[in-house]
Design a protein around this ligand. Structure first.
Ligand SMILES: *Cc1c(COP(=O)(O)O)cnc(C)c1O
Length: 469
């Protein structure tokens, strides 16, 4: 564990009994505010507000945060609605039946976007994000596998999950928390995503499912879900094993339906039993809201579902959290009705245009080679050309640092195991990253390159603080 995870107070801090003592506090504050223990007396709301407001200015500026997938801007009307609904607890479906109804509408709308075969009876829920949604999807896979094994009188003590080495950390958590053996398809050469042929080599009778990713966090690529589906059909013919797919569409779930409607990755494919997405990524809502939809009722084991009374009716609940704000779900619904299909399509198309434009311009700077160009989700990454890297006095880590001086957060990090020799830099284009800002960034990149050239003694940095994985 890193010290930050333990919220550790250093000895130095303790020694000077760390105090927050802003000078202007003299106007309204009688005492100092201790940092690490609760003060005996409180302070005026305006003073508390000002202290925290000012302190938070030290955070990165979210507009320039090209590392995050998470929404950094919403319309004022959405913010207003959210402020009006902070007090509603999502779990209190009986007290807030209309919030519950709005969640249900979102589940139905999203299940239609993903071509659910029975969207009249859509089965799904909102969550705090894709990580919780992935847990729920993974648990359903494990429960179903176990029921089938038990029914067949087979042992159930060694479940495994097949996935690409490029999966997001939530899947590493899932297998650890639920005691499942991870079986990872490693990267190979220029392949940084799951290959269906390699995936089936890892499958046996203990495989609870295969995870496919629509929008790999490493490079923004879609995994070939249709090819995986078809390969698993052939595999079932050969072996008799019927293996389901869960699609982690954290970012692609709100991109592909609008930009690439012809790509078959969702419930159109018979093996896709559940799909998750983050409402707070390309669903365009502030964090945290996620969604999970199951293909149909049988794919969500009844044993996992809790029943709560809802206005005399029966409302199902399958979640890890209990209390959770209703505001994010309300904001999701706001976006869905405010933007409509065409609104989402235009925004995602604009993001993609900006991503592909920026990618092309970065390639034109000279020293870089694109790994992806933003044509799947509006996310792309690049490396330094091999020939350039051999003699350069800088690395992508240096470039990330240099850009950070101007406020840009553009992370550099190694690719997944087996290709971790390859360091890339990535940009996630969101709605608030305009063409104009892209041009500013390109100027700053050129300036950084000029700087390195002017510093022959500069020592290349070989490791970075990988903000994001
Ligand atoms: C972001 C992401 C996650 C985690 O989603 P959260 O909503 O942040 O919990 C999982 N999988 C993929 C592919 C992601 O991009």
């Amino acid at each position: 564990m890193t010290p930050t995870m333990q919220h550790k107070i250093s000895l130095e801090d303790a020694a000077r009994d760390a105090l927050v003592t802003p000078t202007y506090a003299a106007r309204g504050l009688v005492g100092a505010a201790p940092k690490y223990h609760i003060a005996q007396q409180g302070m005026l709301p305006q003073v508390a507000y000002q202290i925290i407001h000012d302190e938070l200015r030290l955070d990165g500026y979210s507009l320039l945060n090209l590392a995050t997938f998470v929404t950094t801007w919403m319309e004022p009307e959405a913010s207003k609605l959210m402020a009006e609904t902070f007090d509603k607890n999502m779990i209190d479906k009986d007290e807030y039946p209309q919030t519950a109804e709005i969640e249900k509408r979102c589940v139905n709308i999203i299940s239609r976007l993903w071509n659910s075969p029975d969207h009249e009876h859509a089965v799904g829920t909102s969550t705090i994000g894709s990580s919780e949604a992935a847990m729920l999807g993974g648990m359903a896979l494990k429960w179903r596998w176990r029921e089938q094994r038990k029914a067949a009188g087979q042992p159930t003590d060694k479940p495994n999950l097949v996935m690409g080495a490029n999966v997001q950390v939530c899947w590493h958590k899932f297998v650890k928390y639920w005691d499942i053996e991870p079986r990872e398809v490693t990267c190979e050469g220029d392949r940084f995503t799951l290959s269906p042929d390699e995936a089936v080599k890892l499958i046996d009778e203990n495989t609870i499912g295969v995870v496919g990713v629509m929008g790999s966090t490493f490079d923004g690529r879609y995994e070939p879900i249709k090819a995986l589906n078809d390969r698993l059909d052939q595999f079932q013919n050969d072996t008799g094993l019927d293996v389901p797919i869960h699609v982690d569409a954290a970012s692609g779930g709100f991109v592909a339906p609008f930009l690439q409607p012809d790509i078959e990755w969702d419930f159109r494919l018979p093996r896709v039993v559940s799909i998750n997405a983050s409402g707070h990524k390309y669903g365009l809502v502030y964090p945290g809201v996620g969604w999970i939809i199951w293909r149909d009722r049988p794919h969500l084991p009844e044993d996992l579902v809790f029943h709560v009374t809802y206005l005399g009716g029966d409302m199902t609940d399958f979640s890890i959290n209990f209390s959770r704000p209703g505001s994010q779900v309300v904001a999701q619904y706001y976006n869905l009705i405010r933007l409509g299909f065409e609104g989402y399509r235009k925004i995602q198309q604009t993001c993609q245009n900006v991503a592909m434009y920026t990618a092309e311009k970065i390639a034109a700077l000279g020293p870089f080679e694109l790994i992806t160009n933003g044509s799947d989700i509006p996310v792309f990454c690049w490396k330094i050309k091999d020939a350039v890297a051999q003699t350069a006095n800088w690395t992508l880590y240096d470039l990330a640092d240099k850009l950070r001086e101007r406020g840009w957060l553009v992370p550099a990090y190694p690719m997944p195991p087996n290709r971790s020799d390859l360091v890339v830099q990535r940009i996630v284009v969101k709605e608030d990253f305009s063409h104009d800002l892209a041009d500013q960034l390109l100027d700053d990149m050129q300036r950084a390159l000029d700087y390195f050239e002017s510093q022959p003694g500069h020592k290349p940095k070989t490791d970075g603080s990988h903000f994001h994985h």
